[in-house]
Design a protein around this ligand. Structure first.
Ligand code: ARG
Length: 502
C-alpha cells in the first residue's frame, strides 16, 4: 500500500529544503503516540508561496552553474548560442514544471513520478522508474555534485597547474564518506547541515553577480561583443549542450515530492513554479554574463573551475571566498541529494520494489543507513569511473527519458481519466511541447554523437524488467536472501520499521 509520508510538517519548511521524497517515512518510528498503527498520517499543509519558491531555488542551484558554463561553451562554439541555450533550458524547465503541477495536484502522494506512472501505465513502468532512480539517477547526481565539490576544493589550493585527476577523485570520495556519516548519524544533523549550507550558495551567487556588474560598469564588455562568432553547432551537439545546461536546472520538479504539504496547492504550486524557475533562470543568465565580464570565452573553457578564476580576477584579497562558498554550496546539495536518495530507496523497498534490507532503519539512530550506504557505494563507483561531463550526459539522458514519460502520462490520463479532479489544469500544448523536446533530447545524441554511456543507460533500464518479472511480479524470494538480509541486519544494527512501531 502507498502510505502517506509522515509528519514532515513538524519539521518546518527548512526540513524540506532537501529534495526529499517522503521524508516523513523515516519518522514513523518516532511517533510513538499510537498513530503509527494507522498508515494515513495527516500532513499539515504548511508550505506557503515563499517556502515553495525557496524549495525550488534551493534545490536547483547547486553545482551546475559553477561547472557547466565551460562545457556549454565547448559544445555550442559561441557565447551567443550558449547564452540562448541557458535561457532555453530555463524555459523548458518552467514548462516541464507546470505540467508536473497538474500531475502533482491530481495525485498528491509523495512518490511523484512513481505514482504518476502507476496511475497512467501500471506497475511495470513505475517499477522501472524506482529502479532507475535508485540505482542510476540519485547516485549519479551525488557523484556529479561531489566531483564538483572536489574540483573546487582542490582548485583552491592548486594555483599553478591543473589539479591532478586522482586527487580530485579522492577528495570526492572523502566528501561522499563525510556526507554518508552525517546522514547515518542523525536525521536532524542532516537537516541542520542542509539549512546552513543552502545559505552559502546564495552568497556565491550574489558575489558573482555583483562582481560582474561592477566589472561591466567599469566598461569590461569586450568579451560580450561578437557573441555569435563561431561555428554553428550541429543538431546532436545542441542536444548534448542541453544536457549540460539542464543539469544546472535539474530539481525543477522537486515541489512535487511535497505537494501534500503545500497550502492551497492548486494556486501555490503553479505560482511557486512561475516565480522560482524564472528567478533561477535570471540568476544563471546574470552569472554567465558576469563570468564573461571577467574572462574571455577561451579562458572560461580552459578554466577548471570558472568561479575560482572569476574570484581571482575580481575579488583580490577576498578571492578565497569563491572556492569556499562553492564547496559549501555543493556539499550542501550533495547532502540533500543523499538525504532524498535514502527516502526514495526506503519508499521503493517498502513497495517491495527493492531489497527489503534497504528499507530498514538503524535501531537507535533511526536513520535509513542501509539505503544510504548502498547509494554511496554506487556513487563512489561512478566517481571512480566517470568524469563530471560523462556523468552529466549519462544522468541527463536517463532523466529525460523519465521526464518525457511523465509528460506522456499526463497526456494519457487526459484520455483515460477525463473526469478525475484536476485542481490545476495545464494547457495541453505544454506537455506536448515538452514531450517532443524530450524525445529530441534523448534521440539526437544517440544518432549524432553516440556514446557508450547511452547504451549503458538503456541496458540498465531494460535490465530492470528482468528483475521485475520474477522478484516483484511473481514475488519470488531466493532462499539465501533471508540469510543475506539477516547478516546485514546484524552487521548494521538495522530493523524493519514495522517492528519499531510496536
Ligand atoms: N541543479 C543541481 C545542480 O546544479 C542539481 C540538482 C540535482 N537534482 C536533484 N533533484 N537534487 O547541482
Amino acid at each position: 500500500t502507498m502510505c502517506a509520508n509522515g509528519s514532515i510538517g513538524t519539521e518546518g519548511p527548512e526540513a524540506t529544503e532537501t529534495d526529499s521524497s517522503g521524508t516523513g517515512r523515516m519518522r514513523k518510528p518516532l511517533e510513538r503516540n499510537g498513530s503509527t498503527q494507522n498508515d494515513t498520517v495527516h500532513l499539515e499543509r504548511r508550505l506557503g508561496l515563499f517556502s515553495g519558491v525557496a524549495l525550488i531555488v534551493g534545490t536547483m542551484i547547486g553545482s551546475g552553474i559553477f561547472v557547466s558554463p565551460s562545457g556549454l561553451l565547448v559544445r555550442t562554439g559561441s557565447v551567443g548560442v550558449s547564452f540562448i541555450i541557458w535561457l532555453a533550458c530555463g524555459l523548458l524547465s518552467l514548462l516541464g514544471a507546470l505540467a508536473y503541477a497538474e500531475l502533482g495536484t491530481m495525485n498528491t502522494s509523495s512518490g511523484a513520478e512513481w505514482a504518476y506512472f502507476m496511475d497512467a501505465y501500471g506497475p511495470a513502468p513505475a517499477f522501472l522508474f524506482s529502479w532507475v532512480s535508485t540505482l542510476v539517477l540519485k547516485p549519479s547526481q551525488m557523484a556529479i555534485i561531489c566531483l564538483s565539490f572536489a574540483q573546487y576544493a582542490v582548485e583552491a589550493f592548486v594555483t599553478e597547474c591543473d589539479p591532478p585527476g586522482g586527487v580530485v577523485k579522492m577528495v570526492a570520495l572523502v566528501a561522499i564518506v563525510m556526507i554518508l556519516f552525517v546522514n547515518c548519524y542523525s536525521v536532524n544533523l542532516g537537516m541542520a547541515v542542509q539549512n546552513v549550507f543552502t545559505a552559502a550558495k546564495l552568497v556565491a551567487v550574489v558575489i558573482v553577480i555583483c562582481g560582474g556588474a561592477w566589472k561591466l560598469f567599469q566598461g569590461n564588455t569586450q568579451h560580450l561583443s561578437n557573441a555569435f562568432n563561431g561555428p554553428m553547432p550541429n543538431i546532436g551537439a545542441i542536444a548534448t549542450a542541453f544536457y549540460t545546461g539542464l543539469w544546472a536546472y535539474d530539481g525543477w520538479n522537486n515541489l512535487n515530492y511535497v505537494t501534500e504539504e503545500i497550502k492551497n496547492p492548486s494556486k501555490n504550486l503553479p505560482r511557486s513554479i512561475i516565480i522560482g524557475i524564472p528567478l533561477v533562470t535570471l540568476c544563471y543568465a546574470l552569472i554567465n554574463i558576469s563570468y564573461l565580464a571577467a574572462m574571455s570565452a577561451q579562458e572560461m573553457i580552459e578554466s577548471e573551475a570558472v568561479a575560482v578564476t572569476f574570484g581571482n580576477r575580481i575579488l583580490g584579497a577576498l578571492a578565497w571566498l569563491m572556492p569556499l562558498s562553492v564547496t559549501v554550496s555543493t556539499f550542501g546539495s550533495a547532502n540533500g541529494t543523499l538525504f532524498a536518495a535514502g527516502r526514495l530507496c526506503f519508499a521503493a523497498s517498502r513497495e517491495g520494489h527493492l531489497l527489503d534490507i534497504l528499507s530498514y532503519v538503524h535501531v537507535r539512530r533511526l536513520t535509513p543507513a542501509p539505503g544510504l550506504i548502498f547509494h554511496s557505494l554506487i556513487a563512489s563507483a561512478m566517481v571512480l569511473h566517470g568524469t563530471i561531463d560523462s556523468l552529466i550526459d549519462f544522468f541527463s539522458f536517463t532523466a529525460w527519458i523519465f521526464y518525457g514519460g511523465a509528460m506522456l502520462a499526463l497526456i494519457v490520463m487526459r484520455y483515460t481519466k477525463p473526469n478525475h479532479p484536476r485542481p490545476y489544469k495545464v494547457p495541453i500544448i505544454i506537455p506536448v511541447v515538452v514531450l517532443v523536446i524530450s524525445v529530441y533530447l534523448v534521440a539526437a545524441p544517440i544518432f549524432e554523437t553516440p556514446r557508450i554511456e547511452y547504451l549503458y543507460a538503456l541496458l540498465f533500464i531494460f535490465a530492470g524488467l528482468i528483475f521485475y518479472v520474477p522478484f516483484v511480479k511473481l514475488g519470488m524470494t531466493p532462499r539465501f536472501m533471508n540469510k543475506v538480509t539477516l547478516f546485514f541486519q546484524l552487521l548494521l544494527e538495522v530493523v524493519p520499521t514495522s517492528s519499531m512501531a510496536m
